[in-house]
Design a protein around this ligand. Structure first.
Ligand code: MG
Length: 413
């Protein structure tokens, strides 16, 4: 009798049905870790900015740690208000918990701001917890990694041509191995300003901005990318003029020449210049990025993964952007815990460009913040294979920057 495929499989020592049954048994929901959330606690740290740290505890002795930043004032009572949606629940159902908390807050500001930022810290803690419970790094739970290491760019304040130390400091950043750098050219204290309220830059202000960019560009190796931030302070006339004046410098991007809320104004600037426009650090959830993408108002988007809704929400935003062939360069000012959490998303999305790092002037706190020490090597973060986010807070070091008179992961918030 000719050997059919079916006969062969039946005869195989480990027949397919048996293999399938074995696989099913091993991966059955009944074999998965049974966890219940027992507590949610917070701590607050002042680093580059205000950090809200959230820990979610379980009845199995493991906890997850998440961090949010910037719009975290009022975050502690908000996290407290989420407790009822978390305590007693299975932390592995991250999306269900996230959606429940978000929908609970539809009339309490869950469209953005502090509410979504507090939810972000909780969501990241849940992913850390899920990874630890399943023995997998978070990137694996976000679809797996498309790259082993994540490019990091350095924020620098060394852009003043009159500063005699600036060239040396810029060279030091190059020596550290970074391949991209960002400077800020908005200046509230510019002595050329005629009016302290209006943000129409005059010729002298624009000349000052161009000189600063020319100075930094000239001090850097040609291979180093340069991005420039205007922090969304100026009006549309100024944004358009500056974007055109900076075209010869072939910037990696010009960031928020106007505030990001008026998508049409951002699109007008983008359409008027060859300089790539980047924005999005103050937008929340997929909804915050939908119109920006639909109207082609930005060349690059920069969600802040520590406030836009969380790791999975950031992945969803990045996937939306990918359908428009728009790259993602996340805003990031948090500790090594939040930065590594962001790096897991950056490792998982094809359209990642570069991740921000804002600690070159605070190196001692940065390097001591987690037990694993420095996480950036030669301008890149290599994703660890440890379970969860893969870094753990060094509490003695982090506590040196604790916000006075705030709880430190004490029970009962
Ligand atoms: Mg910015």
């Amino acid at each position: 009798m000719p050997q059919s495929r079916r006969n062969f499989l039946r005869a195989a020592p480990l027949a397919l049905p048996a293999l399938a049954a074995a696989l099913q048994a091993q991966s059955s929901p009944y074999r998965r870790p049974k966890l219940k959330i027992t507590d949610v606690r917070t701590a607050q740290v002042m680093g580059h900015g205000y950090q809200l740290h959230v820990r979610i505890y379980t009845d199995q002795g493991i906890f997850g740690h998440g961090e949010a930043t910037d719009s975290v004032l009022g975050g502690v009572p908000l996290v407290r208000s989420f407790r009822n949606a978390l305590i007693g629940r299975d932390p592995l159902n991250v999306e269900a918990l996230w959606e429940r908390i978000r929908l609970n807050g539809v009339f309490a500001g869950a469209q953005g701001g502090q509410y979504v930022t507090a939810l972000t810290a909780v969501e990241i803690a849940l992913w850390d917890l899920a990874g630890k419970a399943l023995g997998l790094p978070v990137y694996q739970l976000l679809g797996g990694k498309v790259r082993d290491r994540v490019r990091v760019y350095c924020d620098s304040a060394n852009h003043h041509p009159d500063d005699p130390l600036a060239p040396q400091k810029l060279k030091e950043i190059e020596t550290m191995g970074f391949t991209a750098l960002k400077i800020d050219i908005d200046e509230a204290g510019d002595p050329n300003r005629f009016d302290r309220v209006n943000w129409t830059a005059n010729n002298a202000e624009i000349d000052r901005m161009v000189k600063e960019v020319a100075f930094v560009r000239g001090a850097l190796d040609k291979r180093m990318d340069l991005a420039v931030d205007m922090h969304g302070r100026y009006d549309a006339t100024t944004g358009k003029r500056v974007a055109i004046e900076l075209e010869p410098f072939k910037l990696l991007w010009l960031e928020e020449p106007v505030p990001a809320e008026n998508i049409d104004a951002m699109r007008d600037i983008r359409q008027s210049t060859k300089t790539p426009i980047c924005c999005g650090e103050n937008l929340y959830l997929r909804h915050g990025f939908r119109e920006l993408l639909e109207k082609r108002a930005a060349d690059i988007i920069m969600p802040d993964i520590q406030k836009c809704g969380g790791l999975l929400e950031a992945r969803k935003i990045a996937d939306m952007a990918h359908t428009y062939y728009v790259p993602v360069a996340p805003h990031c000012v948090v500790s090594p815990i939040g930065t590594m959490a962001s790096a897991h998303v950056c490792a998982a999305i094809p359209n990642f460009l570069a991740l921000e790092w804002h600690w070159v002037s605070r190196l001692s706190l940065w390097k001591s913040f987690v037990k694993e020490g420095e996480i950036i090597e030669k301008g890149f973060i290599t994703l660890p294979d440890r379970a969860g986010i893969g870094v753990e807070m060094d509490e003695a070091a982090a506590r040196k920057a604790q916000v006075a008179n705030t709880p430190w992961f004490e029970a009962g918030l």
